[in-house]
Design a protein around this ligand. Structure first.
Ligand code: LRH
Ligand code: MN
Length: 439
């Protein structure tokens, strides 16, 4: 056992026995709700046990940067027992997975999570039952001692030396990812401009593609590269990879290991994201998702907390692709949220459950009836068919899946009863100082 693991083994954890004991309080009502739903679904020819199995297998990765309290440019109001480094972040990610059993992988952000000792990181993660999902590079902030600033861009920067620095950083992320079992690199760049004329749109995209080709060449054959588009912020006049079309063009240009990642908050309000998803599935370039929710900009609110019907409609497209075995369809699911006013662990548990909910509800859709309605142009029947699935309360399926996986029937109340946050407040003395932003 390594040094870190020895230290961390003394820390408070939520035990499986505690969860099983707490579940006793809810088992009876759960059984009642489950039996009622089983009968209701049977009427439409659906086997509830098959749906529970699907829910038990479903996984969505959590962002390491999501377990700390987030903030805005105005302020960040840290909570108690904040994780102070990658090991405490993994501790909290493990607590989430212990309770919901659908978040067994963590997506790291470099250099925020750069480990001193990779072997220690690997053995600690393994000891907590965690794997590593996509690596996230960071060329949107300047690190202390960095030779060139990213103030005016990174992979698309007019200066070749700045681009080289950004390319090298992404390749460093791949090399680290290979050592910890990750199989994907997510590249999001904030590159763009704040004034008309500040950048040449064509040159910026050409520079970006030239840089990405060098990074792509370092992507191992069993890896994928996820390109993340975003309409605006931190640039407020133009963004180099601003929409799914440019993203798709870049992924096509780079090659078969490059795919498009859809962060739900990276689109203008009311954009039809489910159609973008359908297009990327059809074009065999859907790499994955950063799930969150928003009302205005990239608000990074909890998934399903603002537009749950949109989340359902996105999964309706994903399940349609799954059931039709469409080619090259293997999307990576991740949460990417910022928790400014809630306990991040509660938000991530609740959001993970909302993603599984949308997935299970999408499996309730009577697809034969939907296709018939679509053939006949019967809009009301089509919408009703979707709404019947969306308005079916599948909570008892989700809770049963968690319970059968060894997790909590009621994750948030078991978490609160465990006193985990208060224990972490004792173990992790607060770090004094004003801060803003997401980390
Ligand atoms: C950009 C983004 C990106 C991450 C960052 C933390 O808005 O969605 O995925 O690198 O948030
Ligand atoms: Mn994102």
């Amino acid at each position: 056992m390594g040094q870190i693991e020895k230290i961390m083994s003394t820390k408070f954890e939520i035990s499986d026995d505690f969860i099983a004991e707490q579940n006793k309080k809810s088992e009876e009502f759960l059984a009642e709700d489950f039996d009622y739903l089983a009968k209701k679904l049977k009427r439409t020819g659906l086997e509830i046990e098959k749906l529970v199995e699907k829910a038990q297998k479903f996984q969505v990765a959590v962002p390491s940067w999501g377990v700390g309290t987030g903030g805005t440019r105005f302020a960040r109001f840290p909570g108690v027992g904040e994780p102070r480094g990658v090991y405490e972040k993994l501790e909290d990610c493990a607590a989430i997975n212990t309770l919901v059993r659908s978040t067994g992988a963590v997506s790291l952000h470099i250099p925020w999570d750069k480990p001193e000792n990779v072997d220690e990181l690997n053995s600690f993660a393994a000891s907590r039952g965690l794997k590593f999902d996509a690596m996230n590079s960071n060329t949107f902030q300047d690190q202390v001692g960095q030779a060139h600033s990213y103030k005016f861009g990174s992979l698309s920067h007019a200066d070749k030396d700045v681009r080289k620095q950004a390319i090298d950083h992404n390749i460093e992320c791949i090399e680290l990812g290979k050592k910890i079992g990750s199989q994907a690199l997510t590249v999001w760049v904030g590159d763009g401009s704040n004034f008309a004329g500040q950048t040449n749109f064509r040159h910026a995209l050409e520079n970006y593609l030239e840089s990405m080709r060098e990074i792509y060449a370092a992507i191992p054959d069993d890896w994928r590269m996820f390109i993340e588009h975003k309409m605006f912020e931190p640039s407020f006049y133009s963004t180099v990879i601003s929409d799914w079309g440019t993203n798709y063009y870049a992924a096509r240009e780079l090659g078969e290991k490059a795919f498009c990642l859809v962060d739900l908050g990276h689109h203008a309000p009311n954009v039809n994201i489910e159609q973008i998803v359908s297009r990327l599935i059809q074009f065999q370039k859907l790499g994955g998702f950063h799930f969150n929710d928003s009302k205005y900009g990239d608000d990074d609110l909890d998934t399903g907390s603002v537009k749950p019907f949109q989340l359902f409609l996105i999964f309706n497209e994903l399940v349609d692709a799954e059931l039709n075995n469409l080619p090259n369809f293997n999307p990576a699911y991740m949460l990417d949220q910022s928790h400014n006013v809630t306990d991040p662990i509660e938000s991530l548990m609740t959001s993970a459950a909302e993603v599984v909910r949308a997935y299970v509800q999408a499996h309730l859709v009577d697809r034969a009836r939907l296709e018939e309605a679509q053939r006949k142009g019967d809009a009301i029947m089509a919408l009703t068919t979707l709404k019947e699935a969306f308005t079916t309360d599948v909570s008892s399926i989700l809770a049963t899946a968690r319970q059968r996986n060894g997790g909590a029937i009621e994750p948030v109340s078991v978490y609160r009863t465990s006193g985990y946050r208060a224990e972490k407040a004792k173990e992790r003395p607060a770090q004094i100082g004003i801060s803003a932003g997401i980390v």
